[in-house]
Ligand binder design. Structure first.
Ligand code: A3P
Length: 321
């Protein structure tokens, strides 16, 4: 099962080195302020919390990993840039056709993105993060930054994580029983997943006009409605003329699993992280793109166990899966 927690003090002078760490997934995780973060990303995450300066017009795509971040990045990028790239009837030159959505919408907690890059971006900035709300600067809330939060049915998240980690891992692989045990203990990257969901859920109840809480399943079942609602939320609603011309439908098509996963950049491109010793192929962000795939990997008992845990964790919050 999951490797034991080690919390021995490695260097007296380095507070990070004293934090509990855990092996098991493709890269070690460190427990920081009640969340398990990939150890190699921790300094970056702390830098964001302490030094990132939010702007009131920032749009932040906050997601629980493996919940459809790539999809959401593509959709929101396509919505807000629709006037820049001409008519959607002719999308030949659209950046989403030649660049991966992760290149177009920078993450706030990844090694490759530095604070300077975020500071030099023109307003309104479109940013993404997997960080829980408690690890973002409090000014994100007090300044009224708009947040689009995306999460997913936890059993599907686990299966997506398990596949992704085994693909991204260059050496060790995690077996499903270990992944299940660690995920259920809250020990997955940016986990516990339930606290991640709950922080943004509560924020969406407190700031309903500024924070939208979305699920992967909602986009899957009615992508056109989500695209229209998101455009409205972002103050860029589709006009009647745009709807007549099919601009909203074109966003759905452009960002669909079928379209994005078939593009050369997403089939053959990727990015490396020397520190984590991983090379991630963009194709690993496009696996199956369906809801309910967990039944093909987990036993009924495992599913019921995770459902019970989810019910218990979300009890009384109004959040249900
Ligand atoms: P599966 O592993 O279940 O297929 P993230 O982008 O947060 O890492 O999430 C990855 C999950 O989103 C993967 O789920 C992936 O296939 C799915 N996904 C990526 N792009 C998608 C798209 N355009 N439409 C639907 N699902 C998509």
């Amino acid at each position: 099962q999951g490797a034991a927690i080690s919390s021995e003090i490695k260097h007296d002078e380095d507070p990070i080195a004293t934090l509990p760490t855990r092996e098991g997934w493709s890269t070690p995780l460190t427990l920081y302020n009640n969340f398990w973060l990939r150890s190699h990303l921790l300094p970056k995450c702390i830098l964001i919390k302490e030094n990132f300066k939010p702007r009131h017009d920032d749009i932040i795509l906050a997601t629980s990993p493996k919940s459809g971040t790539t999809w959401l990045k593509a959709i929101v990028f396509a919505i807000i840039n629709r006037s820049r790239y001409g008519s959607f009837a002719n999308t030949d030159h659209h950046p989403l056709l030649t660049q991966n959505p992760h290149t177009l919408v920078p993450f706030m907690c990844v090694k490759g993105t530095d604070l300077k890059q975020l500071e030099t971006m023109p307003s309104p900035r479109l940013l993404a993060t997997h960080l829980p709300l408690s690890l973002l600067p409090t000014a994100v809330s007090t300044m009224g930054c708009r947040i689009v939060y995306l999460c997913r049915e936890p059993k599907d998240v686990l299966i997506s994580w398990w596949h992704y980690d085994n693909k991204a891992a260059q050496g060790s692989k995690i077996d499903l029983d270990t992944a299940f045990a660690m995920f259920s203990e809250g020990c997955s990257s940016f986990g516990p997943f339930w606290d991640h969901y709950l922080q943004y859920w509560k924020e969406s109840l407190q700031r309903p006009g500024e924070v939208v809480f979305l699920r992967y399943e909602e986009i899957s079942s009615d992508p056109l409605k989500v695209v229209r609602d998101l455009a409205l939320f972002l103050g860029m609603h589709f006009t009647e003329e745009e709807k007549r011309n099919g601009a909203d439908e074109e966003v759905v098509r452009l960002c669909s699993f079928k379209n994005l996963s078939s593009l050369d950049v997403n089939k053959n491109g990727g990015f490396g992280n020397a520190e984590a010793k991983i090379y991630v192929r963009y194709s690993s962000h496009f696996r199956h793109g369906k809801t309910g795939d967990w039944v093909n990997y987990m036993t009924k008992e495992m599913g019921e166990k995770l459902d019970c845990l989810v019910d218990e964790k979300f009890k009384g919050s109004g959040l249900k899966f």
